[in-house]
Write a protein that binds this ligand. Structure first.
Ligand code: 3UK
Length: 531
């Protein structure tokens, strides 16, 4: 299964060829055995070190065990897993048998998982023990498609443990999937209602590796990568699994929340060469100082990457002056799988998303569909072979987003004379909070469930690092008095019902909300403070 990626001199863009029969899990794991890299370290996680030979063997065992549980090609396997070796074995093992793993956000609530389990009709779910309660809270009768729940970690009596899956036969010939078969899905949140499952094909990962990771980041087998963005995000999946595994490098996995002390400790202990994070986390790292002694030692890093939301110039500059490390901002999406516009080492323009990654194409169009001029703001469309095929069960949303070879990002950008792209906001009202999608409508609907709330409007507001966080404007029911206590109560109310990171960081009480003649909230007026 030889993948070829050759720069075409005449066009200046690389062309990637993936064989017709292609299994991406074989490419990411067993290939290293055939090419003599079996003894190299693939994973470092706490005190555990795993070689490529062990990854190949254990993902084979998991694949065989899934077959025994009745999983057939194309059937979905939901992963609700913290970062660690079990994630890697499950993701690769499922793909090896032609099944379709769905890594899911570990920060959500039971109702979110119920939706994804039923929308995908996953037959098996593999869940980390600390997250098990979130699935167990869903009445089993509400999950008609789920047959097996497998627990990674200490499985309570009566539930199957992931360790049992690792007793499967290690010998597994990867399914002869086509390069255009579905390989995995990733759910992405929308403005209203439920998340959309973006269906990614066997060849998609190869394009992100050959167009971005190798040429721009120069990833090689000498690298050790550490990603603050978790494996369940498209960003983290590339950073910490598919990029290092494509080249036989080492990934450093940390299962816990990425608090500044833990991120610094992980860097100092494992000495990564490549570090990936999101702007909010860079802000938290910069706000944290060691209590006495020299500053944290980040000298192992040759490069740091930021994505998920725009990196403010000040964070780039403060990080470089404190640690001597350049942060490369780049924009990617779940739909396109990884970064398609990026700054280059040594050529970064802080505040911009950088230049187009060769192998991708970009269009900036006005509302009538005509190209905009230099420096003008337009809607960004991207063409590239890592883009998802469609959204599962969402035909209308698919048609709104994918136009033949082109995919609408929903982002507004301008391009300068040197081809650098400057982020100019969203076409919709979606917010990126700490690099994760948040829908203002979902927060508003949750606030409306509180007995004191008459109306609510939610918009993004900049915090001290100039990063957007949700702010709620609330009209109280007649006779209810506003107070700081009620504001806190509303924040707690939201975080108890929907994912914690969606809570409004500010609650302001207003007499009325700006509305259109048809009664729609005018969020742009709230954003500009013209409420
Ligand atoms: C926004 C950015 C400005 C933008 C992602 C790297 O974030 C990722 O995927 P998502 O599907 O969100 C995509 C949307 O997020 N965005 C991302 N990066 C930037 N805006 N500057 C940036 N650097 O609105 C985009 O449409 O969660 C990031 C790699 C893979 C990814 N999936």
């Amino acid at each position: 299964m030889a993948v070829t990626a050759e720069p075409q001199e005449d066009l200046g863009t690389p062309s990637v060829t993936v064989p017709e029969t292609f299994n991406v899990a074989d490419w990411l794991s067993d290939r290293h055995l055939r090419e003599g890299r079996g003894d190299r370290t693939a994973i470092l996680c706490g005190d555990e070190a795993v070689t490529y030979a062990q990854v190949a063997e254990r993902s084979g065992r998991v694949g065989n065990a899934l077959l025994q549980l009745g999983v057939r090609p194309e059937e979905r396997v939901m992963l609700l897993l913290l970062d660690g070796p079990a994630f890697v074995y499950s993701f690769l093992g499922a793909i090896k048998i032609g099944a379709v793993p769905i890594p899911t956000n570990t920060l959500l609530k039971p109702q979110d998982y119920r939706y994804m389990l039923n929308d995908s009709r996953a037959r098996v779910a593999i869940v980390s023990e600390p997250l098990l309660a979130r699935l167990q809270e869903i009445p089993r009768a509400d999950l008609p498609h789920l047959r097996e729940l497998v627990v990674a970690g200490a499985a309570p009596a009566g539930l199957r443990s992931f360790d049992e899956l690792l007793l499967g036969d290690p010998r597994l010939t990867p399914a002869s999937t086509s390069r255009d078969d579905a390989a995995f899905w990733l759910y992405s949140s929308g403005t209203t209602g439920f998340p959309k499952g973006a269906v990614h094909l066997q060849h998609d990962i190869v394009h992100t590796v050959e167009l971005y990771a190798r040429p721009i980041l120069q990833v090689s087998e000498r690298d050790r990568t550490f990603s603050v963005a978790k494996l369940f995000f498209a960003y983290g999946l590339g950073n910490a699994l598919t990029f290092p595994f494509a080249v036989g490098a080492t990934t450093i996995l940390w299962p816990g929340p990425p608090t500044a002390p833990d991120v610094y400790a992980t860097i100092e202990r494992f000495k990564p060469t490549l570090f990936y994070s999101v702007p909010t986390n860079y802000g938290q790292l910069l706000a944290h100082q060691r209590q006495g002694g020299p500053d944290f030692d980040l000298s192992s890093l040759r490069l740091a990457v930021s994505a998920g939301e725009a990196l403010p110039r000040s964070l780039y500059e403060r990080f470089r002056s404190r640690f001597g490390v350049e942060i490369l901002d780049g924009i990617g999406s779940t739909e396109i799988l990884h970064i398609f516009i990026s700054n280059r080492p040594g050529l970064a323009r802080p505040g911009s998303s950088g230049q187009l990654v060769p192998g991708y194409e970009a269009k900036l169009l006005d509302e009538s569909g005509a190209p905009v001029g230099e420096g003008e703001i337009g809607n960004l469309l991207i063409k590239g072979d890592s883009a998802c095929a469609y959204y599962w069960n969402k035909h209308e949303r698919t048609k709104d987003t994918i136009e033949g070879h082109w995919i609408r990002t929903g982002d507004k950008y301008s391009r300068d004379a040197d081809g650098y792209y400057w982020y100019a906001g969203r076409q919709d009202d979606m917010l990126k909070v700490g690099g994760i999608w948040v829908s203002p409508v979902e927060i508003e609907n949750t606030l409306l469930e509180h007995p004191a709330v008459q109306e609510a409007g939610v918009v993004g507001r900049e915090d001290q690092d100039r990063l957007l966080k949700p702010a709620a404007y609330v009209v109280l029911k007649a006779g209810v008095e506003s107070s700081a206590g009620l504001a806190r109560e509303l924040q707690d109310f939201v975080r108890s019902r929907i994912a914690e990171y969606k809570r409004p960081r500010w609650v302001e009480f207003v007499a009325e909300l700006p509305k259109t003649a048809t009664g729609k909230i005018q969020r742009y007026k709230l954003r500009s403070g013209r409420a």
